[in-house]
Design a protein around this ligand. Structure first.
Ligand code: ZN
Ligand code: ZN
Length: 208
């Protein structure tokens, strides 16, 4: 990897950290202070930072030069966006369902499921193996296969990050993913559509 690509990747990882923690703090319940949440969940916060600053760089380092070498234009990125999103949804569903179905993978996923009721910053609180398999690989699969550029892939990772923080926001017991934390027998996909397709959709009680 050349120096400029390495610096771009490092900058993107730092931007990813800032984006994640800003969104996580903004979505905290009213009256809850960041310092008190940090004091209560220090170990979880450190796991998130390890995933963001160490695992991200180790996993994305070898992929970044391939993305940086892309000379595809904006029109290609717009045209291939639906395919990238379908690949993301499919890969996440398969990876997440495998995390529940395969005993030795379930051990890794148990870390994330320590959160029965979620907080926004619990989105990336998981074992590094899960972070690679569920959070990073599904997002970069489409961009790698369809020759997306590094900045476009970084924007996709940023949007995916905001989406997962939103899915874990406080008081979201009625949301698709928060329902999964309360009852892990279904709702494995990012969207309800995939779960409906494969018969794993759990009813979300919107009265709560
Ligand atoms: Zn979760
Ligand atoms: Zn799960």
């Amino acid at each position: 990897m050349c120096t400029s690509t390495g610096l771009v990747l490092l900058s993107l990882c730092v931007a990813h950290v800032l984006l994640y923690w800003t969104a996580a703090c903004l979505l905290l319940p009213r009256g809850v202070h960041v310092a008190s949440i940090y004091a209560m969940h220090k170990h979880s916060a450190h796991r998130v930072l390890y995933n963001q600053l160490v695992v991200n760089l180790i996993f994305l380092g070898p992929i970044a030069p391939w993305l940086a070498s892309s000379d595809m234009g904006t029109a290609w990125h717009v045209a291939s966006l639906p395919a990238v999103l379908v690949l993301l949804e499919a890969a996440f569903y398969v990876a997440h369902r495998a995390m529940h179905a395969v005993p030795w993978l379930r051990r890794f996923h148990a870390v994330h499921h320590e959160w029965h009721k979620t907080l926004p910053f619990s989105a990336l609180d998981c074992h590094p193996v899960e972070h690679v398999v569920c959070n990073l690989a599904p997002v970069v699969l489409g961009p790698v296969l369809l020759r997306w550029s590094l900045p476009h892939a970084a924007v996709l990772l940023g949007v995916a990050t905001l989406n997962t923080v939103w899915a874990h926001r406080s008081g979201a017991e009625a949301s698709h993913h928060s329902r999964h934390h309360l009852d892990p027998r279904g709702n494995y996909g990012i969207s309800a559509t995939t779960d409906r397709l494969f018969g794993t959709l759990l009813r979300v009680d919107t009265r709560e």
